[in-house]
Design a protein around this ligand. Structure first.
Ligand SMILES: [Zn+2]
Length: 433
């Protein structure tokens, strides 16, 4: 049996919220405590290889916004139609989770969704909860499984005598194929993620409990379609809904044109299926991602807006891989490229995104030894950010701006040691502030 039953359900929720309700819902840490503020809930029972119950809870503003995203118009109040919509959502999420669980050899069948105003209790007794961070308000998931305590669900691997795995198989759809082209890749389980941004604001991932193997997050983050070599981050594979955006033929031809004749390091099979990639394979995957994003930039298809935004991150991570391979010349070249794409994007950015881009430009300049240019950028960021922290739309945004300001000031003061380091004696790598 799988060591982690929550992960596929959590991943299914994130995916369905994004594709059905255009809502980016990011899972927080699983907890034993019911999050507050539940105005409406929808549950579904399942049985088969495992039997249990899952339930979505929404705050009132949260569900009104989600239903507004689903149907194009925000309902004025929490009426019966809105309550019914939550039943549809939980049904689709359960269907997604069922597919993911069947890949782990667990077959389940689902019952009929039950909706309610207010909270629902699982027939199994106690549930584990997963809160989600969404732009518009509270959403959480409650899960109960027969034979599993909520504690065992929250801490997979602890108490059921099985070795927990940081990896989970993911079924992805390639956005560029006319027919949905599905393939399996390996992703990192949500519970393993504890991101701490580094010098260039790229997240580190570790296992909070410390019991799981080290994660080569950077090496894994890009997925490659075996059919057309379209490469993209996990989030963006899920984000592109070709049904909603119409035909993508032009994009497909542009991407495959650019991919033609690419010499790959490693076999396609290795690049696609390995749960953890070597630096060389990761390098190839990131090269493909940069090529894909650039090709999509040429097509200008709005379905791929999120992918284009990631180009600077792909470039910064590719630079890191050159560092890890000991190729300083290439590292510098790719950092120059990152500066170019960041500078090009900067005028179009607003708010936190603009500040982050300014910070990255400053950090790369300082890293490249161009202190004058770097200081100028960081000073500009500090001046702008202080005003923006006060005027921020939400307390969360204000906190993010403040964190960025602290990091920028440390870099500006020279209190941050500006270096990346590949960890010696390991086939993978890490990098530090
Ligand atoms: Zn494809």
């Amino acid at each position: 049996m799988s060591a982690d039953l929550l992960a596929p359900i959590v991943a299914a929720t994130e995916k369905v919220m994004l594709t059905m309700a255009q809502t980016r819902a990011t899972a927080g840490s699983p907890t034993l405590e019911r999050p507050p503020g539940e105005a409406v809930s929808a549950s579904i029972a399942f049985s088969g290889d495992i039997a249990g119950w899952l339930c979505l809870g929404f705050s009132e503003p949260g569900i009104l916004s989600v239903v507004g995203n689903m149907f194009g118009e925000a309902p004025a109040r929490l009426d019966d139609d809105v309550v019914d919509s939550t039943g549809e959502l939980v049904n689709i999420i359960c269907g997604e989770a069922r597919r993911a669980l069947s890949e782990q050899g667990l077959n389940i069948t689902a019952g009929i969704p039950q909706t309610a105003r207010g909270a629902q209790e699982p027939p199994q007794g106690a549930a584990a909860f997963v809160p989600f961070d969404t732009p518009d308000g509270a959403l959480f998931l409650a899960v109960a499984v027969e034979g599993w305590t909520p504690e065992a669900l929250v801490s997979p691997g602890a108490g059921n005598g099985e070795q927990a795995s940081i990896w989970q198989p993911l079924e992805l759809s390639c956005a560029l194929h006319g027919q949905p082209k599905r393939f399996t890749a390996h992703g990192i389980q949500r519970q393993g993620r504890k991101a701490k941004p580094d010098l260039f604001l790229l997240p580190h991932v570790t296992d909070p409990a410390g019991g799981l193997p080290p994660v080569q997050y950077i090496a894994q983050e890009v997925f490659v379609c075996p059919g057309c070599l379209f490469a993209s981050s996990e989030a963006d594979y899920f984000a592109v809904d070709s049904a909603a955006f119409g035909p993508l033929h032009d994009s497909r031809e542009t991407v495959s044109g650019r991919m033609k004749g690419k010499r790959l390091k490693g076999t396609l099979r290795e690049i696609i299926n390995q749960p953890a990639r070597s630096v060389e394979l990761a390098y190839t995957a990131y090269q493909l991602a940069i090529q894909s994003a650039e090709a999509l930039l040429l097509t200008g298809h709005r379905a791929f807006a999120p992918e284009r935004r990631r180009l600077p991150e792909y470039a910064l991570r590719t630079a890191l891989m050159h560092k890890a391979r000991g190729d300083g010349e290439q590292e510098k070249r790719v950092l120059q490229y990152a500066l170019k794409v960041l500078s090009k994007r900067l005028p179009a950015l607003k708010g936190l995104a603009a500040l982050q881009a300014l910070y990255r430009i400053g950090a790369v300049e300082v890293y490249l030894g161009r202190d004058a240019e770097g200081s100028q950028r960081l000073q500009k960021l500090i001046a702008r950010g202080s005003a923006q922290a006060k005027a921020a739309a939400s307390s969360k945004e204000a906190a993010a701006v403040k964190r960025l300001l602290v990091q920028a000031k440390q870099l500006w003061d020279g209190r941050t040691e500006v270096r990346w380091s590949a960890s010696p004696g390991r086939p993978d790598y890490a990098y530090f502030l």
